[in-house]
Structures are given as structure tokens and as C-alpha cells.
Design a binder for this molecule. Structure first.
Ligand code: EPU
Length: 448
């Protein structure tokens, strides 16, 4: 009979606690959700979920609005739910059903966000700029999110200081002062720091110029939303953004774009199982940053205005060398999935990760499933022609979890993936989706 243990882990200052049963061979975490997965050709049509990384900054931006905000095609994922819990903390009423999210931030109040709420999502840090823009004050704590690197927030704090805001960072994060327009150059094109800079600048006094700004599509989408709400922003997407402060923002309506990382994940799933897939989104699907790498691997893709069609193909080709980097280069958020995908290629590949220094927690799990992945100085060497076998594995972050599901789809027998909580942060109804496309993915929870 296994014994009951309490396990506490501290990662990057975040404390995780679980109750677990353990004996010499197994560790089962009580209350941990897991998926049992059987492969099958992934094929059919899929309406693409809304974008997680566009939804999160826009939810933070809603705090700046003095009228109703309506977001449609919003993904129902735990990262979005956690941002909504933070908005509840600011007394923002909301309703969310069928992808339609209505928020009424007109009477929002500045309140301290409990640390345990902030630990749940990385997106929480984006409230810093938005709260300062609305209330000239913010009290948060350092954000959580996936443990894929050190993920400091020094750029966020430095840029706010250059806008005249007083920031103190001890156990809690406290910021005070009305942001004033400023010109600064980010040390690195950080997505989150660029978003916080824009959020602090839209209602600041004067003009702000952000140099070496991130160019990700989610930045453009945040700016599109803010402009609908009355903000004055120019040149986003060019690496230097100019924001002219306005006194206040009004309400706005916005349809979120399709999630490009979910698109990449489902396309690789279909390839890995010898299937075919039509991805559909009435807003159009745009993944130009992945197409050169995908076509090198032999994906046969056709694009129309609203769809991406993947034709059946019987060989995944190796890529030689590939590197993740900020947009428009290949996204780090597809790196883990590529490790599964390229393991099935007909030759070896080398994947360099330049964005997050330790986004490799999935390696031992994939190796246990039959992959041959070796950590190199800059990334991972992937030996091709592997055969995945089903076993029990543990997701330790969102995209690593997706990579394990992909390997499970291609495995000969049943796979159990623990840590579904990570996967649920970013993929909407992934078990139902995979099952509707030809696999069997059943979500369960470990009970005492
Ligand atoms: N960085 C710093 N200091 C800072 C900010 C960032 O050193 O103040 C470093 C980070 O440690 C990292 C690099 O800069 O090494 C890039 O980080 P960035 O700020 O661009 O990432 P982020 O804003 O924390 C967002 C996405 C991530 C995505 C990255 C890169 C959201 C909520 N998260 O994170 O998404 O990987 O941009 O594109 O938008 C995911 O969806 O799985 C995910 C992790």
C-alpha cells in the first residue's frame, strides 16, 4: 500500500503544494487531472479556438475602458478564467458564455490582488500598466505562469520608472504615479514588457515612444482593440511604437483572432498520425512564421481566405537546423511540440531555443516514450525515426504538455499524461477536439 505524502516545491519563487501517494515506483498526485490517450488518424475539420496570448493583454486592457467591452471568439481556458478572477477582484462584472465575454469595467476599483491569484497566470503582470493608466496606482505581486525560464519582470519595471512611476518590489509589487510620456528602448523585444508599456502609455500624459518593441501578432491585436476604445497608437509591428496619451478610453467590441500556436499544434498532430486537417476561422488564419519550417518537413498546405488545409502525407522530413526567436521567426511556443513532431522525421534535426533558457522540461518525458532527445548547449538534438510507446508521463508546462499529447497520439498503445492543468491553461476542450478528430482522449482526475 503506497504511503500518503505532502509535497511542496518552490519554482522561481512560486510555491506548489500537492498531496500524493507514492511508493518506490509510482507517484500519483491526488486531485491532479490526467488524460488517457489512444492514437488514431487525426482528420476532419476544426474551427480554430481564439488566441490565448491576444485574449490576456486585451483582458488587462479592459480595465482602462469606461464603457462596456465585448469580446467574441474568446477561448474558454484557465488562463482566461484566472484573468477574469483578477478582474472580479477589481469589481468588474463579467459574463462569459459560448465564447462571448461581456465586461463592464466602468466602475472598476483599484484593489490589491491576492498573491495566490497572481501566481496562477503570467498574464496577471499586464494589469500593472493598465491599472496605472486608470488609477495611477497598482498593487500586485510577482506573476506565476509556466516554469520555462527565470522570467524576470525587470524590463516592465524599468520602463514604468522611466515614465515617472514609483515602483517598489519587495514581497509585493507596488506602483504609484500617473504615467508620463517617455522615450525608451527595450533591452530585448519582450512581448509582455511591450504590452505593459502600451497599456501604461495609452492614457499617459504626453507621447511615448517604445523602441525595440515586440512585433508579435498579439501586440498588433492589442493595439487594434485599444484603438477601437479610443487610443492613439501608431507604427505597431515596425519595432518602434508611438502612443499619444488620451484622457480616457471608452468601451469597445472585438473578435479575437484564431490561436496560431493551437493551429500549429493541431497541424503537427495530423501530420504525426498520417492524417489530414482543415482548420477554419472566419477571421482568417495567419501563421507565416511557421510556414517555411512546416513546408521543409513536408507538410502539404493549402490556404484560402478562411482555412488552412493540410493534405495527407506519408513522410515527415527532418529540418536540419531550426531556431526559435521573436516574431517573425519560428515561435518558442511551438518548440516543445516540434520535439515530438521531429522525433518521427526520417532523419535528425537540431532545435535551438533562444527565448526561454530552460524550456526543456519535456525532454525526459518524451524520451521515456521512446524519443531520442539530447540537450545541447543551445537547445535539443532530435534523433529521427523514433517510435513512440504509450506509458505514463507528466506535463510540467503548457506546451510541453501539448508535446506529450502529440507523442501519445502517435504511440502504439495507451498513454497517460498527468498535469492536464497545464494544458488547460491554453488549449480549449482539447480532449473533446482530439476525440472528434479520430483519437480517443479521456480526461480524468486522480482521487484519493
Ligand atoms: N525577459 C526579461 N525581463 C523582462 C521580460 C522578459 O529578461 O522583464 C526575458 C524572458 O525571461 C524571456 C524573454 O525575455 O527570456 C522573452 O520574454 P517575453 O517577455 O517576450 O515573454 P512573456 O511576455 O513572458 C509571452 C507569452 C509566452 C510566449 C512569449 C514569447 C503571454 C501571456 N505569454 O510571454 O507564451 O512564449 O511571450 O513569445 O503572452 C505560451 O503561450 O506558452 C507562452 C509561454
Amino acid at each position: 500500500m503506497p504511503s500518503l505524502y505532502r509535497i511542496e516545491l518552490s519554482l522561481n519563487g512560486n510555491l506548489f503544494g500537492w498531496t500524493a501517494y507514492a511508493d518506490r515506483k509510482t507517484l500519483r498526485v491526488v486531485g491532479m487531472a490526467y488524460v488517457t490517450l489512444k492514437g488514431g488518424k487525426i482528420r476532419g475539420e476544426l474551427s480554430l479556438q481564439g488566441s490565448k496570448n491576444a485574449a490576456l493583454p486585451i483582458l488587462a486592457a479592459s480595465v482602462l475602458c469606461r464603457g462596456e467591452v465585448k469580446l467574441t471568439h474568446c477561448p474558454d481556458i484557465t488562463d482566461v478564467r484566472d484573468m477574469l478572477s483578477i478582474l472580479s477582484c477589481f469589481r468588474v462584472p463579467w459574463s462569459f458564455s459560448g465564447g462571448e465575454l461581456l465586461l463592464d469595467p466602468a466602475k472598476a476599483q483599484q484593489k490589491k490582488v491576492p498573491a495566490e491569484l497572481m501566481k496562477k497566470t503570467r498574464g496577471g503582470i499586464l494589469f500593472l500598466g493598465a491599472l496605472l493608466g486608470r488609477f495611477s496606482e497598482a498593487e500586485l505581486s510577482t506573476p506565476g505562469g509556466c516554469s520555462i525560464g527565470k522570467r524576470p519582470i525587470n524590463f516592465h519595471l524599468e520602463l514604468l520608472r522611466s515614465m515617472g512611476v514609483q515602483v517598489t518590489e519587495q514581497e509585493e509589487l507596488s506602483a504609484k504615479g500617473r504615467p508620463a510620456g517617455a522615450e525608451f528602448t527595450l533591452p530585448y523585444a519582450s512581448v509582455g514588457a511591450t504590452e505593459n508599456a502600451i497599456l501604461a502609455a495609452v492614457c499617459a500624459d504626453g507621447v511615448t515612444v517604445i523602441r525595440r518593441a515586440a512585433k508579435e501578432p498579439e501586440i498588433l491585436e492589442l493595439c487594434a482593440f485599444l484603438r477601437k476604445a479610443g487610443a492613439k497608437i501608431e507604427n505597431e509591428g515596425l519595432g518602434q511604437i508611438t502612443v499619444e496619451g488620451v484622457p480616457a478610453l471608452h468601451g469597445a467590441e472585438h473578435r479575437l483572432s484564431g490561436d496560431r500556436i493551437a493551429a500549429g499544434t493541431y497541424l503537427t498532430a495530423a501530420m504525426m498520425t498520417g492524417g489530414s486537417l482543415t482548420l477554419f476561422d472566419p477571421g482568417g488564419i495567419s501563421i507565416p512564421e511557421m510556414l517555411p519550417t512546416f513546408s521543409k518537413t513536408g507538410m502539404l498546405l493549402e490556404k484560402t481566405k478562411e482555412t488552412i488545409i493540410l493534405r495527407e502525407s506519408h513522410e515527415i522530413k527532418p529540418v536540419g537546423e531550426m531556431t526559435t526567436a521573436p516574431f517573425p521567426a519560428f515561435p518558442t511556443d511551438m518548440q516543445s511540440q516540434m520535439l515530438s513532431y521531429l522525433s518521427l522525421a526520417s532523419g535528425d534535426s537540431s532545435v535551438t531555443e533562444t527565448v526561454f533558457e530552460s524550456r526543456f522540461a519535456v525532454l525526459p518525458e518524451l524520451n521515456q516514450m521512446g524519443a531520442f532527445l539530447t540537450l545541447t548547449e543551445k537547445g535539443v538534438y532530435v534523433r529521427g525515426s523514433c517510435r513512440f510507446r504509450g506509458t505514463t508521463v507528466y506535463a510540467k508546462d503548457l506546451r510541453g504538455g501539448a508535446a506529450l499529447l502529440l507523442a501519445g497520439l502517435a504511440a502504439e498503445d495507451e498513454t497517460t499524461v498527468y498535469g492536464f492543468e497545464y494544458i488547460a491553461r491554453g488549449y480549449e476542450n482539447i480532449c473533446q477536439t482530439l476525440t472528434s478528430l479520430g483519437a480517443s482522449a479521456i480526461l480524468k482526475e486522480e482521487k484519493t
